[in-house]
Design a protein around this ligand. Structure first.
Ligand SMILES: NC(=O)c1ccc[n+]([C@@H]2O[C@H](COP(=O)([O-])OP(=O)(O)OC[C@H]3O[C@@H](n4cnc5c(N)ncnc54)[C@H](O)[C@@H]3O)[C@@H](O)[C@H]2O)c1
Ligand SMILES: CC(=O)N[C@@H]1[C@@H](OP(=O)(O)OP(=O)(O)OC[C@H]2O[C@@H](n3ccc(=O)[nH]c3=O)[C@H](O)[C@@H]2O)O[C@H](CO)[C@@H](O)[C@@H]1O
Length: 393
């Protein structure tokens, strides 16, 4: 059986490689021609993903053929889609990439084919929008083809191992679709769970993000309280956590493609129906996390005021600009937002990040600065503030 994976990004490529490794033939469709060429030559475009190099070397151009052309996937029996969904400036989902991908699949869809969406989406997306796009373009009706949702639950840096070990859920828009999708995925996902329907599978993925967002907001709030009363947050957390209590880590806020985006799916859905009281905690958690950069900016400015120089001449270094440690990704990065906020205040701000070059930092409109050359250093991952006056705070 031949399977198409549409979108060979950080989430799609590891999945395509794992499917190829299971013995199935895979056509990877991605609009990025360069990326397709690399994959077909056995070169991994995401070298930082452990375990992916060997799979691409083994299957690229063989069991996994990449192409920018949907026509080359027309003899596939299943289409798995994992292209991005972003938020527009009003925090509403921008479906344009998904729509374009599904309309392209609709043009080559045949009777009996299975389509599975993996991109995290608001509830109802699979059963309403995706079904409509496919029916519009193919002239077929659901029942002629099968449609399901199975959320991608990887974490960059652990993608291959997660696909092999982590529980994965799948749900069809109807019973038959769920069954067909489960049968296919069982061939390459060992820890697979069929759930009631696609809407439930969509919800499962979103609430995981909501749980993390709310708990990180709690950690951030408790951290501020601990600082205020002079308690050691990290020691307290370590001793408070046990089987039934898991206090998360405080931070400069929640970044990345996932968590700061998904919570809005539920907030928007409820607020559209004027159910404001149903999403009070989710909205507040978003606000608390987003406001953490103001809290840290204030602390940094206070530290600068202890240096015996005029404030505007104090050299600040923000250490770490990625949204989390070890991943070269700045989407929704609160560490980067903190650096920009300080620069906008007119302070002498430089940044340093082990994953970036000075040229890359300058392209972001920021100054490069080694921590050793700064008067005040804030380590975004360790949440440590250093200065000449106060070596470690
Ligand atoms: N990266 C993660 O950690 C992660 C984790 C869990 C879930 N996800 C989900 O995966 C989705 C995709 O994320 P990603 O990190 O892989 O994104 P990415 O930006 O790394 O890759 C997306 C890929 O899709 C391709 N593409 C765009 N439009 C296309 C189209 N019309 N047809 C074919 N290809 C197209 C792009 O060229 C790119 O290669 C996210 O929106 C999210 O829902 C990602
Ligand atoms: C652990 C995990 O499986 N996560 C995944 C997540 O991955 P991710 O890449 O977004 O990374 P995270 O680790 O969740 O961090 C996000 C942001 O939260 C900050 N943070 C984190 C923990 C904490 O205790 N305190 C914090 O402040 C951190 O600095 C960063 O900015 O999204 C995926 C995509 O859907 C999900 O599959 C999935 O939930």
């Amino acid at each position: 059986m031949k399977v198409a994976v549409v979108g060979l990004g950080k989430a799609g490529l590891p999945l395509a490689a794992v499917i190829a490794e299971s013995g199935l033939e895979v056509v990877g469709v991605d609009l990025d021609e360069e990326k397709c060429k690399m994959i077909n030559s056995g070169i991994n475009p995401i070298p930082e993903e452990p375990g992916l190099d060997e799979l691409i070397k083994k299957h690229g151009g063989k069991k996994l053929k990449a192409t920018p052309n949907y026509e080359e996937a027309k003899d596939c029996k299943a289409y798995i889609v994992i292209v991005p969904l972003l938020l527009d400036e009003n925090k509403n989902p921008d479906f344009s990439v998904l729509e374009s991908a599904f309309r392209s699949i609709g043009k080559i869809l045949k009777k009996g084919d299975l389509v599975v969406l993996e991109t995290t989406v608001p509830p109802f997306t699979t059963e309403n929008l995706v079904k409509r796009w496919l029916e519009d373009e193919s002239g077929l009706e659901l029942g002629d083809f099968y449609l399901a949702f199975s959320p991608e639950r990887i974490m960059t840096g652990y993608s291959i191992s997660r696909l092999r070990e982590f529980p994965k859920v799948i749900g069809g828009v109807d019973e038959e679709s769920g069954r067909k999708a489960y049968e296919l995925y069982k061939k390459f996902v060992p820890n697979l769970h069929l759930v009631s329907n696609a809407r439930t599978a969509e919800f499962i993925k979103i609430i995981e993000g909501c749980y993390r967002d709310a708990n990180i907001a709690l950690a951030n709030e408790l951290f501020k309280i601990a600082e205020e009363i002079g308690a050691d947050f990290f020691e307290s957390r370590e001793k408070a956590n046990h089987e039934f209590c898991h206090i998360h880590l405080p931070s400069t806020g929640v970044g990345g493609h996932c968590i700061p985006v998904y919570t809005w799916f539920l907030i928007n859905e409820m607020e559209k129906g004027e159910k404001f009281e149903y999403v009070r905690l989710l909205r507040t958690a978003r606000e608390i996390n987003d406001e953490m950069i103001n809290y840290w900016a204030e602390k940094i400015v206070m530290e600068c005021m202890r240096v015996s120089k005029p404030l505007s001449e104090v050299k600040i270094c923000i250490k770490g600009i990625t949204f989390r440690k070890g991943v070269k990704e700045i989407y929704h990065s609160k560490n980067l937002a903190l650096a920009k906020l300080l620069a906008e205040k007119g302070l002498d701000l430089g940044v340093w990040d082990e994953l970036f070059t000075p040229e890359e930092v300058e392209k972001l409109g920021l100054k490069w600065r080694e921590p050793e050359e700064a008067d005040v250093v804030f380590d975004c991952f360790e949440l440590k503030l250093f200065s000449e006056m106060n070596k470690e705070k």
